[in-house]
Design a protein around this ligand. Structure first.
Ligand code: HAM
Length: 428
């Protein structure tokens, strides 16, 4: 016998976990609505060049982690599963002319992303993000607003110990000089650099700062910091973001080594961590400003900022926390019958109740009535609807399994009576 398993780095979300994820999605949707964000979808795959251009070719996400789809024919384009949502959202912003809408355009995407990474705790090959983007506002107030939105998500999800790590990584005016400093610094230590980092010293020296190679730790810690090289405009912007965050009471910590793993960022960069859990692969979420991305993907120069929160990691953090979501909800009523073989009558009555919006299960096992009632009690159903000879006269017995009482109810009134009971008992 073959033994089939979910692909490495993926998980089946069994109902308990799925309902935990649904709860997070509901919080995200509710919050996004309150902050004026509207939900949209992009395809799960895009032309590979959307990611190569948008995220940057010399990044881990594109160079090592992109799920590339094999072309189906010679003329078909190269596609890849989306590793994140921002590049696709901005591609859609340009494609559909969203720059003609009132700015900023505030959008969210909730869904799966794919990265061909080495799987480990909290790092999956398919994972879920709550992504939010505000396109068309140069900030700094909107920067603080979006950082606060992410922070509030964790609070409402039940994580009270999340803090914001904040940095500014400069812009086209001040970054080039900083990159030269970085090149010179790492160049002096070239012999110590792993292969990939040696290559990136030429192509993309900023990436050395978020290298996942443990050999890089000490070198990175002593590297020149972008915060010491900001131009005046970036420094003023960064100070204003901090002032706005303080005004809103969002706890944050300046983290001058924070550079993020994607190339499109300018100025504000941030990540969310739980207190005391600030290592690699432990970021609960992150984001930043990307003032060059719209132009890079073919639109006219437009500023933007956004974040993505990793919902799998939030679920992991909540695991074991009290009130863990996802208990199966017992049916309001189980439809049972005196004639074990008459499953059709039981299904018909259950279907009638479901059509009225009630949670009812029909007993489909052809067993004795006493056994059927036992099963209904075991699953904590509130009522049993008993079908017997009375059905000929249009009636059924309604047994309250909690109170132990029973009375005759016309079939025509059954849904109404159950609905009333459901309301007063907060069922369904
Ligand atoms: P990111 O930092 O690459 O940013 O991912 C955001 C979050 O997604 C991470 O902090 C983490 O919680 C979660 N995440 C990333 N990779 C994995 C994985 N393999 N398994 C589980 N969780 C993961 C972005 O994706 C940017 N698009 C954020 C953004 C939006 N910037 C501007 N707008």
């Amino acid at each position: 016998m073959p033994s089939f398993r979910a692909p490495r780095g993926t998980r089946d979300l069994l109902p308990e976990v799925r309902s935990g994820l649904s709860r997070l999605e509901a919080i995200a949707r509710s919050l996004a609505g309150r902050y004026g964000y509207r939900e949209m979808e992009t395809p799960l795959f895009e032309q590979t060049s959307v990611f190569e251009r948008g995220i940057g070719e010399a990044t881990d996400v594109v160079e090592k982690e992109l799920f590339r789809l094999a072309p189906r024919s010679e003329e078909s384009e190269a596609w890849a599963l989306r590793p994140e949502a921002t590049a696709g959202v901005v591609r859609a912003y340009v494609q559909h002319g969203l720059q003609t809408w009132p700015q900023p355009v505030k959008l969210t995407v909730l869904g799966s992303m794919f990265r061909y990474d080495r799987p480990q705790a909290g790092r999956y090959r398919q994972f879920w993000q709550f992504d939010a983007e505000a396109i068309g506002d140069p900030g700094p107030a909107v920067d603080a607003e979006i950082v606060e939105l992410g922070y509030r998500f964790y609070v409402e999800a039940g994580l009270s110990d999340v803090q914001v790590l904040l940095n500014s990584i400069g812009d086209a005016a001040c970054r080039p000089a900083y990159l030269e400093k970085l090149r010179a610094y790492f160049g002096r230590h070239e012999a110590q650099l792993p292969d990939l980092e040696q290559r990136r010293l030429e192509t993309n020296p900023l990436r050395l700062l978020d290298s996942k190679d443990p050999a890089m730790g000490a070198l990175v810690a002593a590297a020149p910091r972008i915060s010491d090289s900001l131009c005046d405009a970036c420094a003023v912007h960064f100070a204003a973001v901090q002032a706005h965050l303080r005004a809103m009471g969002v706890p944050f910590r300046l983290e001058p080594t924070l550079v993020r793993g994607l190339d499109y960022y300018t100025r504000t960069a941030f990540e969310y961590y739980r207190h005391g859990a600030e290592g690699q692969q432990q970021a609960l979420g992150g984001g930043g400003r990307y003032d060059g991305l719209v132009e890079l993907l073919g639109g006219r120069a437009t500023p933007g900022i956004g974040f993505a929160l990793g919902l799998d990691r939030v679920l992991l953090a909540l695991e074991g926390a009290e009130g863990s979501p996802g208990q199966a909800v017992p049916p309001l009523a189980v439809v049972v019958g005196a004639d074990p073989g008459d499953t059709a009558a039981r299904l018909r009555v259950a279907s009638l109740l479901r059509a009225e919006g009630l949670w009812a299960r029909a007993e489909l096992a052809p067993r004795k009535l006493a056994r059927q009632l036992e099963a209904a009690s075991k699953e904590h159903a509130h009522f049993a609807v008993i079908i017997g000879d009375e059905l000929a006269g249009g009636n059924v017995q309604l047994k309250d399994l909690e109170a132990g009482t029973q009375h005759l109810v016309p079939l025509a009134d059954l849904a109404h009576e159950l609905a009333r009971a459901a309301k007063s008992h907060h069922h369904g």
